[in-house]
Design a protein around this ligand. Structure first.
Ligand SMILES: Cc1cc2nc3c(=O)[nH]c(=O)nc-3n(C[C@H](O)[C@H](O)[C@H](O)COP(=O)(O)O)c2cc1C
Length: 211
């Protein structure tokens, strides 16, 4: 009987110690594990993605955003692109400004197109050789406006990446892509964007690897 009592007491002690040990493990090991996982998912992962995006965006390339704009639409798009990709930005300006009146401007621009004119520019990019990627923005004037012809012919863009974008009433950038290709035949010309809808800018930049 005494033997049985000792045996029963020992079993009870062993059971209590084991149960206590398991409970301690659950309380001490699990919570830190949980905390670490939460920090990683919530904080570290998004930050890592942001850093990666920025690196992919610059990729060590020097970016220049250029644009010609008569009434401000293309200028606004250029500014949005510049905000998203960084780099430098420069406006392409003509020595003789176009009439502000729409119909008068159409007359001048039409004549320039018919005569294949090269309007003189007051804009000069001194260090074009230092850029790898050149965004070129313009309004659709049937195709690209003639100041864009002058601009692109003024530089050797061989081996550079040229990225056209435009605004218009309804015309698509496709109307001007042949001209752009012939004006910088040795450049790597990426997909252009008709940027009348601002929500298309960021997805386009991602598509062409600039974000
Ligand atoms: C001379 C001239 C020609 C134009 N030709 C076209 C055209 O062929 N197709 C079109 O959709 N819009 C045409 N437009 C409209 C412009 O492309 C549009 O208003 C553009 O957003 C203006 O950009 P900006 O404000 O940067 O000058 C023309 C405008 C002008 C002044």
């Amino acid at each position: 009987m005494k033997k049985f009592f000792i045996l029963a007491l020992s079993s009870l002690m062993i059971f209590s110690l084991t149960a206590c040990g398991n409970s301690n493990m659950a309380n001490s090991a699990s919570p830190p594990k949980q905390t670490a996982a939460t920090v990683t998912d919530k904080d570290t992962a998004p930050n890592a993605k942001t850093t990666e995006d920025k690196t992919a965006n610059s990729k060590g390339k020097k970016i220049l955003v250029t644009y010609f704009s008569h009434s401000g639409n293309t200028k606004r798009v250029a500014e949005q692109i510049h905000n998203l990709v960084g780099g430098d930005m420069i406006e392409i300006k003509t020595v003789v400004p176009y009439p502000t009146d729409y119909n008068e401007c159409v007359e001048v621009a039409k004549k320039e197109k018919e005569t294949n004119a090269r309007p003189k520019l007051s804009t000069k990019v001194d260090n074009m050789a230092g850029y790898d990627v050149i965004f070129v923005g313009y309004p659709i004037w049937w195709t690209a406006p003639m100041p864009i012809y002058t601009f692109l012919e003024s530089y050797d863009l061989s081996g550079k990446t040229v990225i056209p974008f435009c605004t218009s009433y309804s015309g698509d950038i496709a109307k001007s892509m042949d001209a752009i290709k012939s004006l910088c035949p040795n450049a790597n010309i990426l997909e252009g964007l008709t940027a009348n809808d601002a929500s298309k800018i960021e997805p386009w930049l991602s598509r062409i690897g600039m974000r």
